[in-house]
Design a protein around this ligand. Structure first.
Ligand code: GDP
Ligand code: MG
Length: 442
């Protein structure tokens, strides 16, 4: 989509104002780009019409080039189409808030259930999950999957086996949640490969029992233009309050995001960006528009990075660097923080202008992190805190090499690297605090 839109803007660069004639070609490109992003045709038509009307009606703004003006109109219209503002989750006035998740099979409902529980837990809310998928497609029992994920995020899961109907599980689960006095109950349900009556009937029954505050339709971002029909059907059949778009870390360009709100007027509330439990975020229409327009999802990246490197860790690290105490424990913490940021390729993909990093380079970087970890792991606590010990003693380096199965040369390199890092970081901190880089001596 990005390149298509860029071509459209470039065509306008020499023009003075936007006219009915000179926007024909850029608009055709935009139309094609949106169709390529798998936005449904009626949505594309309405969108192009709305943008064209506005563009021609807009007079020349001094100092703004026509192509910039068109970018702004397209951007604003995209944001509007996706709901304008962030749409927050609604919480019930009296406990518990009940969130029912629905959607086709494989879209990420069970994953989202646990992710959402973790997300709310981080906001200080107590949660409980209800395992409502009693079916066993393939070899993976869905209930077990939720129990495992629940354990992983530290949230209790109500599971009643596979012999009881989902509506009854819902009733029991809700009762349990009231007893436990939890803030939020999240119910995972079964999906089918396609919409069918049995699934809808089951969901209707569950919904009647739960009387949920939110009914969220989980939609795979790869669904593309079919998302419009999908959300419409679910909304007509069971009534939904919003959607969660999953797998945005994939190749999808966001066609589904454009179709959801347009179809039924219900907002996308959250997005899933990966298989990890931390990969759930609010849906920001303006950032999504930015992604579609090719600006890169920078803000999401910054937030993720901040979360990974918690504030206090960062401060502690800073004071250590300043006093040149940065040791192997810090080294390890840092490398692990990087690892936690998830697939590095995904993170790098979010930074504009970083497209040239190849998968091979990423694999290389990940490999070298692993190598360092294995050597640090066999160091004694004392050695980790005082890297000088290793720097001064070949015997210690030899032992680390033997215990980690690496060569003495590799250990020496690691030790040297730590000291280089101390110097580099100290310099960097100096620059950041208004100092200047020390002159290089040869
Ligand atoms: P369900 O059938 O709707 O419950 O779907 P699951 O939660 O079992 O997810 C199906 C698959 O999609 C699993 O392998 C998940 O790990 C994966 N998945 C879920 N959400 C995401 C996401 O945001 N990104 C990626 N890459 N994979 C996801
Ligand atoms: Mg499931």
């Amino acid at each position: 989509l990005t390149s298509g839109l860029e071509a459209a803007w470039n065509k306008l660069k020499g023009e003075e104002v936007l006219t009915k004639e000179n926007i024909v070609e850029p608009m055709r490109d935009i139309r094609r780009a949106l169709l390529e992003a798998d936005v449904s045709l009626p949505v594309v038509r309405r969108f192009v019409q709305a943008v064209s009307d506005q563009a021609v009606g807009t007079g020349l703004i001094r100092g703004v080039r026509p192509d910039q003006q068109l970018v702004k109109i397209v951007n604003d219209e995209l944001v509007k189409l996706m709901g304008g503002e962030v749409s927050e989750l609604v919480f019930a006035k009296s406990k518990p808030t009940v969130i029912l998740l629905a959607g086709l099979q494989g879209v990420g409902k069970t994953t989202v259930s646990a992710k959402l529980a973790l997300y709310l837990k981080k906001q200080g809310k107590s949660c409980m999950l209800i395992a409502g998928d009693i079916y066993r497609p393939a070899a993976k029992p869905a209930i077990d999957q939720l129990v495992i994920l629940g354990e992983h995020v530290g949230v209790p899961v109500y599971a009643a086996g596979t012999a009881i109907k989902p509506a009854e599980i819902a009733r029991q689960g809700l009762q349990e949640a009231r007893k436990k006095n939890v803030d939020v109950v999240i119910m995972d349900t079964a999906g089918r490969l396609q919409i069918d009556k049995a699934m809808m009937d089951e969901l209707k029954e569950v919904k009647r029992v739960l009387n949920p505050t939110e009914v969220l339709l989980v939609v795979d971002a790869m669904t593309g233009q079919e998302a419009a029909a999908l959300v419409t059907t679910f909304n007509v059949e069971i009534g939904i309050t919003g959607a969660i778009l999953t797998k945005l870390d994939g190749d999808s360009r966001g066609g589904a995001a454009l179709s959801v709100k347009e179809g039924i007027g219900k907002p996308i509330k959250l997005v899933g960006r990966g298989e990890r439990m931390e990969d759930l975020e609010p849906f920001y229409p303006d950032r999504m528009a930015g992604r579609i327009l090719g600006m890169g999802d920078v803000l999401s990246f910054v937030e993720k990075a901040q979360e990974v490197m918690a504030q206090e860790d960062a401060e502690e690290l800073q004071s250590k660097i300043m006093s040149a105490k940065f040791d192997f424990n810090d080294f390890l913490k840092q490398t692990r923080a990087v690892a936690r940021m998830g697939s590095m390729s995904r993170v790098i993909g979010m930074i504009p202008g970083m497209g040239k990093v190849t998968p091979a380079q990423i694999r290389e970087a990940e490999k070298s992190l692993k190598l360092m970890e294995s050597m640090i792991e066999v160091m004694t606590p004392e050695e980790r805190e005082k890297p000088e010990l290793l720097a001064e003693s070949p015997a210690r380096r030899k032992r680390v090499a033997q215990d980690s199965g690496k060569t003495e040369q590799q250990v020496s390199q690691l030790v040297a690297q730590l000291f280089q890092m101390r110097v580099r970081m100290k310099n960097l901190m100096g620059v950041m605090q208004g100092g200047s880089l020390p002159a290089l001596s040869n």
